[in-house]
Design a protein around this ligand. Structure first.
Ligand SMILES: Nc1ncnc2c1ncn2[C@@H]1O[C@H](COP(=O)(O)OP(=O)(O)OP(=O)(O)O)[C@@H](O)[C@H]1O
Ligand SMILES: [Mg+2]
Length: 355
């Protein structure tokens, strides 16, 4: 990244003795959809509010388009923040709600009307222009809020849990709509979410946060396939994690009872690490497979989801591993309750974590 559009440099925020955000360093490129992902209370909204100018950082600096934002009030920033509740005015029609976003702009009546019409078209709500918020659906209200936010043509749009109020189907549909609107407008989006699937679907890159800190930044694939810590590995997707020790080229994993061959492992012998295995990267077979990383076990739980099944397999050590298997044939999975099976995985599937 050459000159990042948004640069967050060593930013922190304390409320009295409590540190809500700690030493956050992030660069966001122009036109990116960037997500902040993390559990409740980890500091996502506080970070957004600092970008919008509603909170002042206790430490660090924020640069937008190369310009230091310190002391710049919210209304003077080319930034718009869309709140979770949408904050639409119930007594105003859809088009007046959108026009409200332009109240500080120096525009003539016809210019304003043209911009509103353009925004209605963008979010496909032209037929609903004269309705009031209670006369449209939740997803449509979300699009009105988005249109109002985009009307001012911000360079940076901050969305705090934009889809949280929508049901699952509508949320999936609206995710794709958001992406297409972002593509057409070129506006840089920062989206806060605690839903990891949403972050994976929407984002070019994700920052995973915990207790006010950014734990890892990367593309959805990097975060999922190459997590750098136990926290990130278990926050994104599911894993079974084991304590392990590095010995001469392999991992000693007491719970598995066999030496594990891992591909990406740059730790000195004697280092204590975590081995994390994702359920979909494990194979279940009746016969002992050829090759390394094969462990015997017994099926002690089975959940059938139609397209696939989740197996809980108990090993001789008493450890329980979760494994997903796609149901290729109709009517029968690879194994049943209490069956003796073999679990195995490729060296490339073993995630080895130092922290
Ligand atoms: N004005 C404030 N005064 C004191 N503490 C605050 C204030 N605002 C936020 N906090 C605290 O800072 C922490 C981070 O809050 P924040 O709203 O940023 O969390 P979040 O990640 O957005 O969580 P959620 O997913 O629940 O919305 C929380 O522990 C919260 O209680
Ligand atoms: Mg929040």
């Amino acid at each position: 990244m050459e000159q990042p559009f948004l640069r967050i440099e060593g930013v922190g925020k304390s409320f009295g003795p409590f540190q809500a955000v700690r030493d956050v360093n992030l660069d966001v490129a122009r036109g990116e959809i960037f997500s902040l992902l993390g559990g409740s209370g980890c500091g996502k909204t506080t970070l957004l509010r600092m970008l919008a100018g509603f909170e002042t950082p206790t430490e660090g600096r924020i640069f937008l388009d190369g310009k230091d934002m310190a002391g710049v009030p919210p209304w003077a920033r080319p930034v718009h923040m869309m709140f979770q509740s949408y904050a639409l005015f119930p007594h105003m029609t859809v088009e007046r709600n959108i026009a409200y976003g332009l109240k500080h702009e120096d525009m003539s009546g016809p210019q304003r009307a043209a911009r509103v019409a353009e925004m209605l078209d963008l979010v496909q709500l032209t037929p609903f222009a004269k309705r009031k918020p209670h006369q449209i659906s939740g997803g449509q209200r979300q699009r009105v809020a988005l249109a109002r936010a985009l009307a001012r043509q911000p360079k940076l749009l901050l969305l705090d849990e934009p889809l949280a109020a929508l049901d699952k189907k509508l949320r999936e549909h609206t995710q794709f709509e958001l992406m297409s609107i972002q593509e057409r407008t070129g506006v840089t989006f920062i989206v806060v979410t605690h839903d990891q699937e949403e972050a994976m679907t929407l984002s070019d890159r994700i920052a995973v946060m915990d207790k006010g800190q950014v734990k890892q930044v990367g593309s959805p694939t990097e975060i999922y396939e190459f997590p750098k810590s136990r926290f990130v590995a278990s926050f994104i997707g599911s894993v079974t994690a084991f304590d392990a020790v590095v010995v001469a080229g392999v991992l000693e994993v007491p719970a598995l009872g066999v030496p594990v061959v891992a591909r990406d492992m740059d730790f000195a012998p004697g280092t204590k690490v975590t081995l994390a295995l994702r359920p979909e990267k494990l194979r279940i077979s009746r016969e002992r497979p050829d090759g390394p990383n094969a462990v015997p076990g017994v099926v002690k739980g089975l959940a059938y989801f139609g397209k696939d099944s989740l197996y809980r397999i108990e090993l001789a050590s008493g450890a329980v591993v979760q494994a997903h298997a796609v149901n290729l044939a109709r009517g029968s999975g690879v194994a049943d309750w209490d069956d003796q099976v073999w679990l195995s995985f490729d060296p490339g599937a073993a995630i080895v974590l130092g922290e």
